[in-house]
Design a protein around this ligand. Structure first.
Ligand code: ATP
Ligand code: MG
Length: 139
């Protein structure tokens, strides 16, 4: 089933000019980039985006990291896009990520792990709505 997921190319990756290389992995996996914008995330946006992790010890560090450099926010579309992109990203910790995944190829650490991808269709819709309107998405 065709669905959408939300992706972020994180600051560790934009800093190293990896946007194009990461987009190539995404597109080679059959996911279509149907919206994309480079932004500097505000502290408010980052706090809201990672609200579910507010009680975790790394929350402050995570918000600081996400606002430290530009990010690229994206909407990806394709068959089973949520699960497919999680597979393409690889495990949260690059040490555990499978060969060929974005995190195995490019992530620096469990915190600075190059990409975000939604973990459910429900969260994908909420996350897309935080950064895009329907008019921004051209399928
Ligand atoms: P994401 O939500 O970014 O796609 P994920 O779903 O694989 O990643 P989560 O458990 O949702 O992982 O954690 C969200 C983000 O918080 C991670 O991607 C990472 O940047 C950061 N993070 C997670 N665990 C740690 C940790 N132990 N130390 C530092 N940062 C962490
Ligand atoms: Mg997550």
């Amino acid at each position: 089933m065709t669905e959408r997921t939300f992706s972020i190319i994180k600051p560790d990756a934009t800093r190293r000019n990896l946007t194009g290389k990461i987009n190539a992995v995404i597109e080679d996996a059959g996911l279509r980039i149907v919206a994309q914008r480079r932004i500097r995330m505000t502290e408010g946006q980052a706090r809201k985006f990672y609200e579910v992790h507010a009680a975790r010890p790394f929350y402050g560090e995570l918000v600081e990291f996400m606002t430290s450099e530009p990010v690229v926010v994206q909407v990806l579309e394709g068959a089973n896009a949520v699960a497919k992109y999680r597979e393409v990203m690889g495990a949260t910790n690059p040490a555990d990520a499978a060969p060929g995944t974005i995190r195995k190829l490019y992530a620096e650490s469990v915190g600075e792990n190059s990409v975000h991808g939604s973990d459910s269709q429900e969260n994908a819709a909420l996350e897309i709505a935080q950064f895009f309107t329907e008019a921004d998405i051209v399928g």
